[in-house]
Design a protein around this ligand. Sequence first.
Ligand SMILES: Nc1nc2c(ncn2[C@@H]2O[C@H](COP(=O)(O)OP(=O)(O)OP(=O)(O)O)[C@@H](O)[C@H]2O)c(=O)[nH]1
Ligand SMILES: [Mg+2]
Length: 323
Amino acid sequence: MQEVYRSGFIAVVGRPNVGKSTLINALIGSHIAITSSRPETTRKAIRGVMTTENAQIVLVDTPGIHRPRTLLGQRLNDIVDESLSEADAIAFLLPADQEIGPGDKRILSRLRSQFATKLDDGGFKWKVPLIGIVTKIDELNRTQLVDKLIEINEFADFTEIVPVSALQQDNLDEVRQVLIDAMPEGPKMYPDDQLTEESPEEDIAELVRGAFLEELDDELPHSLAVVVDAIEYPDDEESQEEGDFDAPATPKPKAQVHVSVYVERDSQKPIIIGRKAEHLVRVKKKLRTPINRIVGCKANLDMHVKVAKGWQSDPKKLERLGF
Ligand SMILES: Nc1nc2c(ncn2[C@@H]2O[C@H](COP(=O)(O)OP(=O)(O)OP(=O)(O)O)[C@@H](O)[C@H]2O)c(=O)[nH]1
Ligand SMILES: [Mg+2]
C-alpha cells in the first residue's frame, strides 16, 4: 500500500530565545533564519520549506511572544497571530534549561482561546495538533530531562511531546516524524529544492541584520532595522557581449545591492559603523559569498547607515521599514 503524501503549515511559537529559529534551520538543513543569543531576534514570519519523500511542511518561524513595550513589539505579536491563523499544527517550544514561567502560561492561554474548546471534564479539545517541543536538551543530564518531560507533560495537554537539541543535532529525525504525522494529507506545494519563500531582497536584509547582530553587543541590536532599497542586476546584453577579440578583457559588471541600515538615534551611527568603518568592512566581507549566491552573480554591497528617530514606536516609520 502506498503511503499518503502529507503537507501543511506549522507555526513554530514560544517565548523569545527558546531556539525556534535554530531548530527550523536544523530541520531544513540550511541557515534560512537568523539566530542569536539575544531575545527578540526574529522579526518576521519566515517560511522554511522542509521536503521529505512523503511530506512537505512549511515551518513558519515567528517572533518570540512577549509583553510588548513598543509598537514594534505589538507588531511582532500580530505577526505571530497571522502565522497561527494559517497553521495546520502548532509547535510550542519550551527550553529544557529554564523553568516554565508566566510567559509560557500566557502563550498557552492564548493558544487555547484561539484553538481549543473546553470540555465538560475541564479538559480541552484542540482544533489542530499542539506539539510540545522541549529544546536545548544538551543542557540537561538524563535524570533532569526525565523530570523536565514530566513537568511539561503536566503543563499542557500536548498532542505529542518531543525533546531535541538543535545545536547537537540530537533527535531531529524524531521531531521531523512527529511534525509530519501531525500534517493532513495534501500535495507538494513547492519544488524540492526551494527552502524558503523569501525574496532576494528579504533574504539579504536579514543576512545583513544577522551579520550586524554578530558584530555588536548590548542593546544596540534592538535599534537596528535593515532594508534592501534595490538590487540592480548587470545589464544582460552587456555581460554576455561576445566582444571583439582584440579589445582587452573587461571585467564583468557586478550587480549593485543598495542597503539602508537604520538606527534609532544619531549617537548610534558611529557605533554601527565602527572605528575606521571596521564593522561595515567586516560585514561586507562576511556576506560577499552568500550575497553573490542569492543575487546569482558577483555583487557589490552598497550600505548606508541612516537614522530613523525612534522608529520602534512610530507607525509611519515602522511601515516604511516593512512592519
Ligand atoms: N544549548 C543549546 N542552545 C541552543 C539550542 N538551540 C538554540 N540555542 C541557542 O539559543 C539562543 C537563541 O536561539 P534562537 O534560535 O535565535 O531563538 P529564537 O527562539 O528564534 O529567538 P527569538 O527569535 O528572539 O524569539 C541562541 O544562542 C542559540 O544558539 C540548543 O539546542 N542547545
Ligand atoms: Mg528567532
